[in-house]
Design a protein around this ligand. Structure first.
Ligand code: URA
Length: 255
């Protein structure tokens, strides 16, 4: 049994998706039988339905652009069927926190806990993120815009085995992210890790990007180490603290 489980994990099956096992051999009996062909009869033509020639990026841009508020954008994302990641996810993880906040934090993608709960940053990395924010007087559940944060991710669906998104997946999800930022209209963006830096700035290399303000869509962006990276590399918390102080100072400037 253990060897079988290990083999399944190696094949990428890391989640139980049903409460009870399904006997696929029993199901096979119920499957429609292939029609027998009479010898010399002409082969039955195979009808290939062409895949609809829809450009996923253009489609994403269109539905995201049509959303006039955050609830509408959430619905549009949840109904978007052109990204394979959606098929393996339990939930469309849209956002958490105060949509009126001055600070919008963009993470990478939901992990296991986020996929189950349907909210971003609720696992170990999220707990560290909450502590980091508290250190500069911010909280996702604060009512006042100036002391709260709004949190989302580049990807709303958990990638299998938490893999990196492909360029095609990124390209079709960026229009949603851009509309999300427009509708939330924060004063400051915080990009946590390489994936949001790639999505927002078109660049990776968080070690060099972090700690500097850049500008995207007329908004200041601070790139920071991802809290999951900080859990693995506690020595980097020093730099993260410096970046948090930068954010605090920027918020003071604006108030
Ligand atoms: N890491 C992220 O980038 N986002 C989450 O929501 C959770 C972990």
């Amino acid at each position: 049994m253990r060897a079988l489980l290990e083999w399944q994990v190696e094949m990428g099956a890391t989640e139980a998706i049903l409460d009870t096992p399904v006997d696929r051999y029993a199901l096979a009996d119920e499957a429609p039988k292939a029609a027998k062909r009479t010898p010399n009869a002409p082969p039955t033509p195979v009808v290939v339905t062409p895949a609809p020639n829809i450009d996923a990026v253009a489609a994403a841009r269109e539905v995201a652009g049509a959303a006039t508020d955050l609830a509408g954008l959430h619905m549009a994302m949840a109904a978007f069927e052109m990204c394979e990641l959606k098929k393996g996810a339990r939930n469309t993880v849209f956002s958490d926190g105060n949509p009126n906040a001055q600070v919008m934090i963009i993470g990478e993608a939901p992990g296991r806990d986020e996929d189950i709960q349907g909210k971003p940053f609720v696992g170990r990395a999220g707990q560290l993120l909450d502590k980091m924010l508290a250190a500069i007087g911010l909280a996702r559940d604060a009512e006042k815009a100036e002391s709260s944060v709004y949190i989302s991710n580049v990807l709303p669906w958990r990638p299998p085995q938490n893999r990196e998104p492909t360029p095609a997946e990124m390209a079709m999800l960026v229009p949603f992210l851009e509309r999300h930022i427009e509708l939330a209209a924060p004063k400051i963006l915080v990009a946590m890790g390489n994936t949001p830096c790639q999505a927002l700035l078109g660049r990776r290399g968080i070690t060099r990007l972090r700690g500097n303000w850049t500008q995207v869509h007329d908004l200041p962006v601070m790139a920071m180490f991802h809290p999951a990276y900080l859990l693995r590399n506690p020595a980097a918390k020093r730099e993260a603290w410096a970046d948090l102080l930068e954010i605090k100072a920027k918020l003071r400037e604006g108030s």
